[in-house]
Design a protein around this ligand. Structure first.
Ligand code: WQD
Length: 356
């Protein structure tokens, strides 16, 4: 970064799993980072302190991170952040993301995810900030019609939960916004399955309550917090009958955001461009269990149970557009994803809540 003043990037939801890991390569790439988060899904610090993930990031990068405990639904408080900082680009992570929960409280998901996003985009427009990276999801593809999934796969069809629909609606809002105003540069990143932790072991996925997702659950079984993993079905048409997914190391995902910001800073993104972020490889549940057991040296007791509602057999992406458009590709292996997860879980067996 050779400009006299580093461009400032605002991360909404920057205290969350993906957001907090993304701060690290952004700062290492010379960007100034400002974070807002309502801490609905992040470990709070002591009274008046920054949340634990932010203080851990500060320790890793050796720099302070500007943090605001603000909710996107609080229009004035968000606008004040744009008044105070010369924001060049926004990475929009903030949102609720539990698939099962979104089926129980859909209105909350639409209010937080969709209304919160509209607030943000209006404030950006009012401050003439029109460069955005949006955290979307492979769930907008619904049940895959073909594999590997390319960005031309249909989206928004037969979506089974409010989470996926909220991401799909926000993508549509961004397409309409860009069609109405050609000054917007938007990159929509469709994540496949983010897993892993920062190699230091000082930052990782710290789900509250019972983990919905496979990797954190496996890690909690390995460290002894949970007795057994339930494997949701082994009668799929896959290599061993269990579900196959495109697992992506969180640090590769974080680097993908930096590549997107660099691309957007060139002002060469016309409109809203959707890009898959994944490895392009699929691994089964049993392959994840075996790999994790090897790297941890721990047995992972599991029980085969019925399929989970809404699951598909296989989902993995064609990652060639990320390579050609962003110059990005995933580098880390499943073994490294498990090694880094295990290092984090071993250091924080009960997660951050016991680390304050
Ligand atoms: C992976 C595989 C399960 C838990 C999730 C989110 C989605 C998106 C990607 C952000 C499946 C099996 C899981 C368990 C199991 N994230 N499994 N036992 O469902 O592919 O997608 O991550 O956008 O929001 O839903 O990930 O980790 O839940 O499941 O057998 O206790 O592991 O059936 O085959 P999923 P997952």
């Amino acid at each position: 970064m050779n400009s006299s003043k580093s461009p400032c990037v605002l991360l909404t939801g920057g205290a969350g799993y993906v957001g907090s890991h993304t701060i690290i390569p952004l700062i290492e790439s010379g960007y100034e980072v400002v974070v807002l988060d309502n801490l609905s899904n992040a470990c709070k610090g002591d009274e008046g302190q920054k949340p634990v993930p932010i203080t851990k990031v500060e320790e890793i990068v050796g720099k302070q991170v500007t943090f605001y405990n603000v909710d996107l639904l609080d229009y004035n408080s968000v606008a004040q952040i744009f008044d105070k900082h010369d924001i060049s680009c926004v990475i929009h992570f903030a949102g609720l993301k539990a698939v099962g929960e979104s089926c129980v409280i859909p209105l909350t998901y639409y209010r937080v995810n969709v209304s919160g996003s509209i607030n943000l985009f209006e404030i950006m427009k009012a401050h003439n900030v029109k460069k955005l990276v949006f955290s979307s999801s492979s769930t907008v593809y619904g049940e895959p019609k073909f594999l590997p999934i390319t960005e031309s796969h249909s989206v928004g069809q037969n979506l089974l939960n409010g989470y996926a629909k909220s991401k799909y609606y926000i993508e549509g809002i961004l397409q309409d916004l860009c069609n109405s105003d050609k000054e917007w540069n938007v990159i929509i990143l469709r994540y496949f399955n983010p897993v892993g932790a920062h190699p230091s072991g000082q930052l990782g996925e710290d789900p509250t309550g019972i983990p919905n997702n496979l990797m954190p659950f496996v890690a909690q079984v390995a460290v002894g917090n949970r007795p057994c993993l339930k494997v949701f079905g082994n009668d799929y048409d896959t290599i061993d009958g269990t579900g196959v997914r495109d697992y992506l190391h969180i640090m590769d995902l974080a680097d993908g955001h930096v590549s997107a910001v660099k691309k957007i800073e060139t002002n060469s993104v016309n409109g809203a461009v959707a890009i898959n972020l994944g490895t392009g490889n699929g691994f089964s549940v049993l392959q994840v269990i075996e790999t994790f057991s090897q790297v941890s040296g721990r047995k992972i007791p599991y029980e085969i149970v019925g399929r989970r509602q809404g699951d598909c057999a296989s989902s993995y992406c064609d990652a060639s557009l990320a390579k050609s458009f962003l110059g990005w590709e995933a580098k880390k292996t499943l073994k490294e994803m498990c090694e880094d997860t295990w290092k984090w879980q071993s250091m924080y067996p009960k997660g951050f809540s016991t680390a304050k």
